[in-house]
Design a protein around this ligand. Structure first.
Ligand SMILES: Cc1ncc(COP(=O)(O)O)c(C=O)c1O
Length: 377
């Protein structure tokens, strides 16, 4: 099998228990939760409830009904942004965001919402002072990614959340690159809206995501329809999680996501992060000494799970193609759905090569990748 170093896109492979849990849910339960009163449907509801309760506890959400399931971080961000903002509101975000946030913000702009993008520095970082300076009396939301999928820069979300709250704004965190790697506690960190994928650091299957919504916050749903209860009402229910979960739930996927979270709890978040940090340090150290390699993002201190680089005079796509075809190594090249990041770090329009190891990689894998790079450059 090829050497997969694109875990920032989705984690692969998954822990064995994830495959087993999905298989069992598909074969043994295999029906919609909450749609029937018969035991098989109740068993499905139990799977969904247990996944929700476990994720809520993991992310510091004391009322688990306020953690809703979506199919991706993108959907979660869309619900948060379009469910909250109205014409005349102001939002503060940054130039180092993924399109999953930038495009919903652009849509809001077209609907009369004002958007300020705070400029990231060459490492892809922003400071709480910059956010504070951008706040206005009508700022309703501060929205940003915890960790960049291009540079690996980690933002000071706790400090920014404090600034947002002091300025009367809500805080939305896109945890696509941090959920399952960095500790996140919504209530103690002051995060009002947390959007995360299930399929990256949480080891769940593709097509899973979560949105945690703070107590007292009422959002409009993106999708309305059947929720299993309140069937006689023509209106979407007010209560959570039903308000945001119309349509048949993907129970096997949520069984897999719960198993992914159990794997994290069993290994320990700190141990997972320590392993990631070791592999990232090995990557940065190795790439730094390859002539012609230019590294982006923070070169010292905290670093997320993605490393971006270029080789002078070489096209990133051509390098990624050669890594795949000559060495069977999967990495990603280009803009990584985050064009403004590249404008910010000076790699637009070509982008970068991005390497993102995962929990199931080891030092030999990184060694093999570095050897391939030395041959290719
Ligand atoms: C920073 C960031 N935000 C959002 C997303 C979107 O996640 P999803 O694929 O679950 O919609 C990604 C995915 O790459 C990401 O890296």
């Amino acid at each position: 099998m090829s050497l997969f170093l694109d875990n920032a896109a989705t984690s692969f492979p998954k822990p064995e228990a994830v495959y087993r849990a999905m298989d069992a849910a598909m074969r043994e339960v295999g029906v919609a939760p909450g749609r029937g009163g018969y035991r098989q449907s109740l068993a499905a509801a139990r799977i969904v409830y247990e996944a929700r309760a476990a994720l809520a506890a993991f992310f510091g959400v004391s009322d688990s009904s306020r953690l809703v399931f979506t199919h991706s971080a993108t959907e979660s961000i869309n619900i948060a942004v379009s469910g909250l903002l109205k014409a005349g509101d102001h939002v503060v975000s940054t130039t180092v965001e993924h399109n999953a946030l930038l495009r919903p913000l652009q849509l809001m702009r077209e609907r009369g919402v004002e958007v300020t993008l705070v400029q990231g520095d060459r490492e892809g970082k922003v400071s709480e002072r910059q956010i504070a300076a951008a706040l206005r009396p009508n700022t309703r939301l501060v929205a940003l990614a915890h960790c960049s999928n291009v540079t690996g820069a980690i933002q000071p979300v706790e400090e920014i959340a404090r600034i947002a709250r002091a300025g009367g704004a809500l805080m939305l965190v896109d945890a696509a690159q941090s959920a399952g790697y960095l500790p996140i506690d919504c209530e103690t960190m002051g995060i009002d809206l947390l959007a995360a994928p299930g399929h990256k650091g949480l080891f769940g299957p593709p097509g899973t995501g979560i949105l945690a919504i703070a107590e007292g916050l009422r959002l409009d749903p993106l999708l309305v329809g059947g929720t299993g209860g309140n069937a006689s009402s023509p209106h979407q229910p007010e209560q959570l999680p039903e308000r945001f979960e119309s349509g048949t739930t993907n129970t096997p996927a949520l069984a897999g996501l719960k198993a992914g979270l159990d794997f994290i709890l069993e290994k320990g978040l700190a141990a997972i992060r320590a392993k990631e940090r070791g592999l990232i340090a090995q990557l940065l150290e190795g790439l730094r000494f390859i002539p012609g390699v230019v590294l982006y993002g923070p070169l010292a201190g905290e670093h997320g799970g993605a490393v971006s680089f270029n080789v002078e005079g070489r096209d990133p796509s051509e390098l990624a193609f050669a890594l795949d075809h000559n060495f069977d190594i999967s990495v990603r090249a280009g803009l990584h759905c985050a064009p403004h990041v590249h404008r910010t770090i000076g790699t637009y329009p070509g982008g970068t090569v991005r390497v993102s190891p995962g929990f199931f990689n080891n030092e030999d894998d990184i060694g093999f990748f570095l050897k391939a790079m030395r041959e290719l450059r």
